[in-house]
Design a protein around this ligand. Structure first.
Ligand code: BTN
Length: 271
């Protein structure tokens, strides 16, 4: 399957170019790579930067959650981008990033990786990686707005606390070996460089089918938690060209979701 996805993947740049598309930086310790790049986005005109760290003391997850990172057990990194897109195109960029990360991790580890919309990466129904994409409006004349896209990947089993072991998983458990974080970072960056350049010229449409092929829960009844705390059951159809999730409500109406959190309860019995 992954071979098929790679053959179909439109790439505007050859692999050699993709490897050097992002300028790579490393910090042994950081507060949060997302926070550091957001500050840099406001102060400079830098773009296409990849910042990786060996330890994050104040990592953040989606919905204001804390992202805990034991030293060495995780990959933590963020990209600083200036995609010159309208804000309504950004949700689809999140999906493009999730797709690239899933493809890279699958190719490297052989694990059957799925995406929980919008971009949690799952293996065996448990969370392997999380993505946090943030919009940073420019404060400087002539400098385009920025996007900071961060990803945390569980490399070793010790990457997550024992209490969430039924919801989390590591690459070590999936593939039976430990991966080098720098190597993982390079693979994700190269894959993302290809998807990102396609996204800038053609949008999400050319990668929608590849994304939907990896989407967990297609055709199943899933729960959507809305921002106001309400929860409802819907049937998942798939992502559309804007990166929204198309669902069928219990009343038989088709809707496209922009936000909210999906629970796949009952599909894997986990996430
Ligand atoms: C989630 O699933 O809630 C998203 C987690 C995102 C974590 C990464 S780790 C690197 C980057 N820096 C952060 O503070 N968060 C992201």
């Amino acid at each position: 399957m992954i071979d098929r996805l790679f053959r179909e993947a439109p790439g505007t740049a050859p692999l050699e170019e993709a490897e050097h598309f992002f300028r790579k930086e490393y910090l042994p310790e950081a507060t949060s790579t997302n926070d550091l790049l957001k500050a840099r986005a406001a102060e400079t005109a830098d773009e296409n930067i990849l910042l990786r760290t060996g330890f994050q003391s104040a990592g953040r997850g989606r919905m204001g959650r804390v992202w805990i990172m034991p030293p060495g057990a995780q990959l933590a990194m963020s990209f600083l981008l200036r995609p010159r897109l309208a804000p309504d195109q950004l949700p689809a960029l999140t999906l493009a990033f999730g797709l690239a990360a899933a493809e890279a991790l699958w190719a490297l580890s052989g694990a059957d990786i799925r995406i929980k919309w919008p971009n949690d990466l799952l293996a065996g129904g448990r969370k392997l990686a999380g993505i946090l994409l943030e919009y940073v409006p420019s404060e400087k004349d002539g400098v385009p707005d920025a996007v900071v896209a961060g990803i945390g990947v569980n490399i070793e089993k010790s990457a997550y606390p024992e209490e969430i072991k039924d919801r989390a998983v590591s690459l070590e458990e999936c593939a039976g070996r430990v991966f080098d974080p720098a190597d993982l970072a390079d693979r994700i960056a190269s894959r993302f460089a290809l998807r990102y350049q396609t996204f800038l010229t053609e949008g999400f449409a050319p990668m929608k089918d590849a994304y939907n092929a990896l989407l967990a829960g297609t055709g199943a009844s899933v729960e959507v938690s809305e921002a106001d705390g309400s929860v409802r059951k819907v049937r998942e159809i798939g992502a559309d060209e804007q990166g929204r999730l198309r669902v069928l409500t219990e009343e038989g109406r088709e809707e496209a979701l922009f936000g909210g959190e999906i629970s796949l309860h009952g599909i894997y019995g986990k996430e």
